[in-house]
Write a protein that binds this ligand. Structure first.
Ligand code: DC
Length: 207
């Protein structure tokens, strides 16, 4: 099997759950690239920095990501911040941080140091970060389906989560285009395990 499998898609498309399960079934590590953007957004929030000021702060940050087949542990300047990365506050801040080219280059450098094999999820993994990956997937689902999936994680009302998803789709549009050679899967009508099976079948078929 080739070493890098990319699973991209918009927020709450199920890419993280799918990537984790595919990695577990293949017995290889899973990496969430979004966590690195979230860690930088957290740093920005903690320091009360406007997103425009983030690039010049980057030399002060040391980011580490330790992949496992399930969770990822993320360290910011030596402090584990993994459990602080999924708040609505970080959700709101992260796109404004992630759009800066310096931030993207910083995150990509951390990602490219991780030795394959792995399954990685994100927005631009197949197109920009690992164009050499030999298996690329792009998951989509309607905003309403994604909002319903994300509600339990955020503990917020459907309308709040849907508005946040629509806002983030717009903000992330530029970095979220599928790689031209990605297999696009619309997961709106599929259960999680069905998506996992579709990915695994596609991997088996292209061996
Ligand atoms: O996948 P996620 O929701 O945890 O990602 C958080 C944010 O980070 C998302 O709003 C867009 C950004 N992101 C990105 O720009 N590029 C990636 N490869 C991954 C995430």
């Amino acid at each position: 099997m080739c070493g890098i499998i990319t699973i991209d898609g918009p927020s709450a498309s199920g890419k993280t759950s799918v990537a984790q399960r595919v990695a577990r079934r293949l017995g290889i590590p899973y990496i969430s690239s979004g966590l690195l953007y979230r860690a930088i957004a957290l740093a920005c929030l903690r320091e009360n920095l406007p997103p425009e000021a983030i690039e010049e702060r980057l030399p002060h940050y040391r980011l580490e990501l330790y992949p496992t087949q399930g969770e990822n542990r993320v360290y910011l300047n030596g402090e584990e911040v993994s459990s602080a990365l999924h708040s609505l506050e970080v959700d709101r801040w992260v796109s404004a941080v992630a759009r800066h080219p310096g931030v993207r280059a910083f995150v990509n450098q951390v990602l490219r140091q991780i030795p394959p094999p792995f399954v990685v999820d994100g927005r631009d993994m197949g197109r920009a970060v690992f164009p050499e990956a030999c298996h690329k997937f792009y998951l989509t689902a309607s905003p309403e389906v994604r909002a319903r999936r994300r509600m339990p994680e955020r503990g917020a009302a459907f309308e709040t989560v849907l508005a946040e998803i629509n806002r983030r789709d717009e903000a992330d549009r530029q970095q979220s285009a599928p790689a031209p050679d990605a297999i696009v899967l619309d997961t709106s009508a599929l259960e999680l395990e069905e998506v996992v099976e579709a990915v695994l079948q596609s991997l088996a078929a292209s061996k």
